[in-house]
Write a protein that binds this ligand. Structure first.
Ligand SMILES: [Zn+2]
Length: 310
């Protein structure tokens, strides 16, 4: 029988704020929240799933640790607590010691066991198990209230994401009215980021690079019409970019034509080593699978005009 209260976890005094290491508890809470918001497949858990990585990171960030605890550790070790079975590609798997890449080299998915699926599918049991996880010695009292607040915000953030997902079925509007509530500020950027990373497969639309460092995607969800001016979180106002290309896009070094071809500023190209930027000139960006999610032409035209790309 699986036991949410007594997860096997490290107890190195002084290393963790509470009695036990919080990694497994955070991962289980992330899985439960994703299930409740229909963002996880109950048959299999994919280790590189962006929702899983982002939600785990989000919960972890509310704890009082300087560094994010890598997700690869609990993903690998939770199998010993009976929550799921991992299908390994290798005969003798070793602990990935904090590297998602190493974990993915050995295995890429796990199958939930029936008992866990039964608990996840039952609202009363889910609530009870969240309580058990929270009070199982992985968090301090102060952290428990922070995690509870974070779980509520996550629900709101998934609700906001549903609203954003409906926009592409309507005509594109450039400017939104800003919701002034504090909660909205906390909720919205996570929703927009998850959505854009999902549509672009966590890959920069310009250089096609997907980088995961310390188990987190370092690709950004960029706004075409700047959020500070337009407050527009419509997925068609978003594009996934790496840090370099995001900066260049926001500062007029790069733009994208309404036909989705890359434009490069002469001034910036002159300042960069031969070929670094010019290799992308007039190339088509990577686009989402679904045409309805392509960047809005109105937003791209505005960006071209704003930065004098005619
Ligand atoms: Zn890039």
């Amino acid at each position: 029988m699986i036991d949410f209260r007594n997860l096997h976890a490290d107890r190195v005094p002084g290393r963790y704020n509470a009695e036990k290491a919080p990694h497994k508890a955070v991962l289980l809470l992330a899985i439960i929240k994703l299930y409740e918001n229909k963002k996880i497949n109950l048959e299999k858990i994919m280790f590189k799933d962006m929702y899983l990585l982002e939600t785990y990171k989000d919960i972890w960030k509310c704890l009082d640790y300087k560094k994010l605890g890598p997700i690869s550790l609990p993903l690998f070790h939770l199998k010993t607590d009976g929550f799921y079975k991992i299908h390994f590609k290798v005969e003798k798997p070793f602990s990935p010691k904090g590297s998602l890449k190493k974990l993915l080299d050995q295995a890429e998915r796990a199958e939930f066991n029936d008992e866990f699926v039964e608990i996840l599918s039952n609202e009363v049991l889910r609530k009870k198990e969240i309580e058990e996880i929270l009070t199982g010695g992985h968090f301090t009292t102060k952290e428990i209230s922070k995690v509870n607040a974070k779980l509520r915000l996550l629900d709101k953030s998934f609700e906001y994401e549903k609203i954003l997902n409906d926009y592409p079925s309507k005509s594109f509007e450039t400017k939104f009215v800003k919701d002034q509530s504090k909660e909205y500020t906390k909720v919205r950027s996570g929703s927009f980021r998850r959505m854009i990373l999902k549509f672009y497969n966590s890959t920069c639309a310009i250089c096609r690079v997907s980088i995961i460092v310390e188990d987190i995607s370092v690709i950004d969800a960029a706004h075409i019409l700047p959020f500070s001016e337009f407050c527009n979180d419509d997925p068609r106002n978003g594009i996934a970019l790496c840090k370099n290309h995001h900066w260049l896009f926001d500062n007029g070094g790069i733009s994208i034509s309404p036909e989705y071809r890359i434009k490069i500023s002469n001034n910036i190209a002159k300042e960069t080593p031969e070929g670094v930027l010019s290799q992308y000139f007039r190339k088509k960006i990577t686009l989402p699978n679904d045409k309805i999610l392509y960047p809005a032409k109105e937003a791209l035209e505005w960006h071209n005009f704003r930065w004098n790309f005619i």
